[in-house]
Design a protein around this ligand. Structure first.
Ligand code: AMP
Ligand code: TRP
Length: 325
């Protein structure tokens, strides 16, 4: 199977990105052809600083490596290094219904959040994402729940294109994790964890032990004192249980049993310990990689060279089908 996914280099990666996306990519590398992208062209649709973007691209490459992506087993690269992504975006634009784009949840949210910068790129974001996916003839797209709608749009565009110009693209399917597809904010368990929306409700992958302690102790809980998974009545504790379960690989049932009659404070303290121990290896490996910029750039260039071959081959077919000489 061909797998494709990506993350925007917008700053620190948090445990929502890790549990919802990257962690699930690791095992896929073993038996599939995996392509993972640093999607810098998506990152520039919201306000950003060019200097920071450059740094954030390198930071995200380090995250990919410390989380366990193996450049020998998968391809990873920077989106803007392959011009075919933007070329295919333009071509797909000519079949993308504007009405559907304006109805995308992320577009509606982002245009509310950045009222002064509702640029055309924000609206076109899912078409670029469809180009990313379709250009590699992707079978499976492992992402968090918030991206499901965009993957569905890429299926719609593939279908329209194939109907109009003849079979060209494979139909990609979304792959959501059974648990952790939507990690919630620690401050508001009804909203997804997001660095830009709410830094206090978000634990970064490289968070220091003191930050972890502070944020978990301050995490919103629910009335009562029972450690019980119930999304409606106990969204706060349910979110913490999900995080606990994914890092400890213990089931929610087991955790409910372990923490029966223990109260919130004991549970939180145990979660803090677990998080500090689980995130420590990431921080350690990051330290080793911080001084290896040349090595990391080489991995990205090598990845781009491999990805480009596939992208160019699809584009040749697309151009021919569309009557472009
Ligand atoms: P982004 O940072 O928006 O580029 O997201 C990168 C990946 O992380 C995508 O697959 C998202 O679906 C996933 N993701 C982002 N936030 C969360 C969250 N709070 N819970 C689970 N997955 C998330
Ligand atoms: N839009 C995705 C996000 O915000 C990132 C992304 C861009 C992506 N292109 C992709 C994810 C292609 C999967 C496949 O998370």
């Amino acid at each position: 199977m061909r797998i494709f996914s990506g993350i925007r280099p917008t700053g620190e990666i948090h445990i929502g990105n890790y549990l919802g996306a990257i962690k699930n990519w690791i095992p896929l590398q073993e038996n599939n052809e995996c392509i993972f992208c640093i999607v810098d062209l998506h990152a520039i649709t919201t306000p950003y600083s060019p200097k920071e973007l450059e740094k954030n691209i390198m930071k995200l490459a380090i995250v990919y490596l410390v989380a366990g992506l193996d450049p020998e087993k998968c391809i990873f690269f920077v989106q803007s290094q392959i011009k075919e992504h933007t070329e295919l975006t333009w071509l797909l634009n000519t079949i993308a219904p504007v009405g559907e784009l304006t109805r995308m949840t992320q577009y509606k949210e982002k245009s509310k959040q950045f009222k002064k910068n509702i640029n055309a790129g924000l609206l076109d974001y899912p078409v670029l994402m469809a180009a990313d996916i379709l250009i590699y003839q992707t079978d499976i797209v492992p992402v968090g729940k918030d991206q499901q709608q965009h993957v569905e749009l890429s299926r719609t565009l593939a279908r329209h294109f194939n109907q109009r110009f003849g079979k060209t693209f494979k139909m990609p399917r979304v792959l959501l994790p059974k648990m952790g597809a939507k990690i919630m904010s620690l401050q508001n368990p009804r909203k997804k964890m997001s660095k830009t929306d709410d830094p206090k409700g978000c634990i970064e992958l490289f968070a220091k032990p003191t930050e972890i302690r502070k944020k978990i102790m301050a995490a919103v809980t629910d009335p009562g004192r029972k450690i019980k998974y119930n999304l409606i009545k106990k969204p706060g504790i349910s979110n913490l249980l999900t995080i606990y379960s994914l890092f400890s690989e213990k089931s929610i049932k087991e955790l409910e049993r372990d923490f029966k009659d223990q109260g919130y404070e004991k549970f939180k303290k145990s979660l803090i310990k677990l998080l500090i121990n689980s995130l420590e290896p990431f921080r350690r490996k990051r330290k080793e990689l911080l001084s290896r910029e040349v090595y990391i750039k080489e991995i990205l260039h090598k990845g781009a060279r491999k990805a480009r071959i596939i992208a160019q081959s699809t584009m040749q077919d697309v151009r021919k089908k569309m009557g472009l000489i």
